[in-house]
Write a protein that binds this ligand. Structure first.
Ligand SMILES: Nc1nc2c(c(=O)[nH]1)N=C([C@H](O)[C@H](O)COP(=O)(O)OP(=O)(O)OP(=O)(O)O)CN2
Ligand SMILES: [Zn+2]
Length: 136
């Protein structure tokens, strides 16, 4: 019997949506105000969902304290209060859209969690705009 446990977190970060393969005009047309060369910020809200069997001894799928510490060390300490384009290696060549940030967070956490767990990330960039990976 598989059960999903979830933990929420949030971080603030600055970014600029920009594709170096496009001209400045094309970038402005495609990304509008999100292409502002002086960057802009979001309060990102994150939900991490871990699915697995309940351990018969602990009654846990995963100890939430352990999940919290992994998220803090590997995601929040890495992304919080950062300029994603300038300070986070993955986005030196990858546009920091909500979709790409979500996949990057999934890859970071996937490496930290046992293969027996299924992992899903939901990332809110605004109160109304959010993305999920993997989808469905
Ligand atoms: N598919 C995507 N579309 C857009 C993304 C994205 O990451 N993926 N990002 C942006 C901008 O970076 C930014 O998120 C837009 O913010 P904002 O203009 O504040 O968005 P809203 O007006 O929709 O704000 P609400 O508060 O949600 O109404 C643009 N597109
Ligand atoms: Zn933005």
């Amino acid at each position: 019997m598989k059960v999903t446990v979830s933990r929420k977190a949030h971080f603030n970060a600055a970014h600029r949506l920009h594709n170096r393969q496009l001209t400045d005009d094309e970038n402005r047309r495609l990304f509008g105000k999100c292409n502002n060369p002086y960057y802009h910020g979001h309060n990102y809200n994150l939900t991490v969902k871990v699915t697995g069997e309940i351990d018969p001894i602990s009654g846990y799928v995963i100890d939430m304290k352990i999940l919290k510490d992994i998220m803090q060390e590997h995601v929040l300490d890495y992304l919080d209060h950062k300029n994603l384009n300038e300070e986070v290696e993955e986005f030196s060549s990858l546009n920091p859209t909500a979709e790409n940030i979500c996949v990057v967070i999934w890859k970071i956490l996937r490496e930290q969690l046992d293969d027996k767990f299924t992992l899903k990330i939901i990332l809110y960039e605004t109160e109304r705009n959010f993305v999920e990976y993997p989808s469905a």
